[in-house]
Write a protein that binds this ligand. Structure first.
Ligand code: IFM
Length: 465
C-alpha cells in the first residue's frame, strides 16, 4: 500500500448520532415532548408504530457507548442536544437536569479522549413551539437563538465544535411539504417559510454561540443533494437546475453568499411572494462559518418528463420536489441500492465535496454523515457480518481520499451512525449502525464494519480485507 492510500496526519475520525434517534428516556428528568413524540404517536406515520422509546436507551447507557467509541478508535463523536430536555416548553424555564445530562456526556467524552461535536437542532422541536406554528412562526428562530445561548454557555468551556442545524431541507421540506417527517404538513408556503426561519435561526444561533466568548468553531450540517440530469436533453438540464435550486441553493446561497438565488425565486413566484424575508435577515443568515458539514448518501437523477422512460424507474410524478413542474420526475439508474432503496454511487461524494469547496471559500469541510442501512442480524457465532456496509464505507472513503488528494480542505469524516437507531418514518426497521443494537435487550454488538472502521481510524489507512 502506498502513502497515497493514507489519510493525512490529523484527519479526524468520528461517528455521528442524534438525540431523538438514540436517547430514549423521552419523559425522564423533566424532558418535554417534541414534535417527533407527537408525530410518532399518530397512526400511520412511522413504520410499525415505532416511537422514540426505547431507542438505544443511550440516556442511561452513554458510559457503555463511550466505551464502544473507544473500541472503535474514534477521535470525535457528533451528537445532538435535545432542545426539549433543556427547555421543556421551548423557551422560558431551563431544565437543569437536561443540561446535566449533556454535562455528564461531554465530561465522559473528554475523559475518554474524544472531541465532542454538538448539533443544536436535529429535528426534535419542543411541541409547545409547534403549537404556535413551529418553524413557520418567526419567533421560533429567536427561541432557537435563546436555547443555543443557554447550551453554549453551559457547555462551551468544553465543546468547541458546534453545528447549528442538521439538514434544514429535511426539517422544512420533508416536514412541511412532503409530510413524511414531523410535523407532517403538506403545504408549499409553510415549507418555504420554515426553511427561511431555520436559516434565520442558524444565523442567530451562530451569533449567540460566539457571544459567549468561549473558543468555538461554528458550522452547519447540510444534506446537499447531488442532482444529475438523467439525459442530455434541455428538459432534463432544466429539471436538474430547478431541483438543485430548491434542494441546495435555496439553503447554501443565503448561508454562504447572503442572497436567495434569483432563478429559484422566479421559479417559485407563483407559490409565494417571499414576504417572510424581512430586512436584515440575509445579513443575519450570512454569518462567516468556521466549517461546513456535508451529509451524503446518494445522488439523484432527474428528468424533464417520464416520456419514453421505463415506468419502473420513474418516481415523484406531480410532486418530485417543491415547485416541480408536474411532468418532472426522479429516475433511478439501476445501481445497487441500500435497504433504504438509495442507489450507491460514491462519485457523488467527491462531486459534492468539490462543489462545496468551491462555494464555501476554502473553509474546512467535514463529512458529518455518510453510511448505509442493510438488513443486519446477529449470526450464530455472535458476530454481525456486514460486508456490503464495509464495501459502502470503503468506496465512499476512497472518494473522500481522492478529494483530499485533489486539494479539497476535507478535514474529517463522521460515519452515520455509531449505533443502529430510530430511522424516523422507518422506525427501527432500518439499521445504519457500526454497532448492532438489540432493542429488546439493549445488547450492543460491534459489526464487522465497526471493526473495519476501528482499524481505519487507528491507522488512517484502508485495512486489508
Ligand atoms: O438518520 C438520518 C439522520 O438523522 C439524518 N441524515 C440522514 C440519516 C439517514 O437517513
Amino acid at each position: 500500500m502506498t502513502d497515497q492510500e493514507r489519510f493525512p496526519e490529523g484527519f479526524l475520525w468520528g461517528a455521528a448520532t442524534a438525540s431523538f434517534q438514540i436517547e430514549g428516556a423521552t419523559t425522564a428528568d423533566g424532558r418535554g415532548p417534541s414534535i417527533w413524540d407527537t408525530f410518532a404517536d399518530l397512526p400511520g406515520t412511522v413504520l410499525g408504530g415505532d416511537t422514540g422509546e426505547p431507542a438505544d436507551d443511550h440516556y442511561n447507557r452513554y458510559p457503555e457507548d463511550i466505551g464502544l467509541m473507544r473500541e472503535l478508535n474514534l477521535g470525535a463523536y457528533r451528537f445532538s442536544i435535545a432542545w426539549p430536555r433543556v427547555l421543556p416548553q421551548g423557551s422560558g424555564a431551563v431544565n437543569q437536569a437536561g443540561i446535566d445530562f449533556y454535562d455528564r456526556l461531554v465530561d465522559a467524552l473528554l475523559e475518554a479522549g474524544l472531541q465532542p461535536w454538538a448539533t443544536l437542532y436535529h429535528w426534535d422541536l419542543p411541541q409547545t413551539l409547534q403549537e404556535s406554528g413551529g418553524w413557520t412562526d418567526r419567533d421560533t428562530a429567536e427561541h432557537f437563538r435563546d436555547y443555543s445561548a443557554v447550551v453554549a454557555e453551559a457547555l462551551g468551556d468544553r465543546v468547541e465544535n458546534w453545528m447549528t442545524l442538521n439538514e434544514p431541507w429535511c426539517a422544512s421540506f420533508l416536514g412541511h411539504y412532503h409530510g413524511v417527517h414531523a410535523p407532517g404538513h403538506r403545504d408549499s408556503v409553510e415549507a418555504l417559510t420554515a426553511a427561511h426561519h431555520l436559516l434565520l435561526g442558524h444565523g442567530l444561533a451562530t451569533q449567540a454561540i460566539r457571544a459567549t466568548g468561549h473558543p468555538s468553531r461554528v458550522g452547519m450540517a447540510h444534506n446537499q443533494a447531488v442532482i444529475r440530469p438523467h439525459g442530455a436533453s434541455a428538459a432534463d438540464a432544466r429539471a436538474a437546475r430547478r431541483a438543485d435550486g430548491v434542494r441546495n441553493r435555496i439553503f447554501t446561497d443565503p448561508v454562504l453568499k447572503g442572497v436567495y438565488p434569483a432563478d429559484v425565486k422566479a421559479d417559485l413566484a407563483e407559490v409565494t411572494d417571499f414576504s417572510f424575508i424581512k430586512d436584515g435577515d440575509l445579513e443575519t443568515i450570512h454569518q462567516p462559518l468556521d466549517f461546513l458539514g456535508v451529509n451524503y448518501y446518494t445522488p439523484e437523477w432527474v428528468a424533464g418528463s417520464a416520456k419514453g422512460l421505463d415506468p419502473a424507474t420513474v418516481s415523484g410524478e406531480g410532486s418530485a420536489w417543491l415547485g416541480a413542474d408536474p411532468e418532472e420526475v426522479h429516475v433511478s439508474q439501476g445501481l445497487p441500492v441500500t435497504h433504504m432503496g438509495w442507489e450507491i454511487d460514491p462519485t457523488g461524494l467527491f462531486d459534492v465535496l468539490q462543489r462545496l469547496a468551491g462555494e464555501s471559500g476554502g473553509i474546512d469541510l467535514y463529512v458529518t454523515e455518510n453510511g448505509c442501512a442493510f438488513e443486519d442480524s446477529v449470526a450464530d457465532d455472535g458476530g454481525v457480518h456486514d460486508p456490503d456496509r464495509i464495501d459502502y464505507y470503503e468506496s465512499h472513503l476512497r472518494a473522500a481520499l481522492e478529494a483530499v488528494r485533489a486539494g479539497i480542505p476535507l478535514r474529517g469524516y463522521f460515519a452515520w451512525s455509531l449505533l443502529d437507531n430510530f430511522e424516523w418514518a422507518w422506525g427501527y426497521s432500518r439499521r445504519f449502525g457500526l454497532i448492532h443494537v438489540d432493542y429488546e435487550t439493549q445488547k450492543r454488538v460491534v459489526k464487522d464494519s465497526g471493526k473495519w472502521y476501528a482499524q481505519l481510524a487507528q491507522t488512517s489507512r484502508f485495512p486489508n480485507r
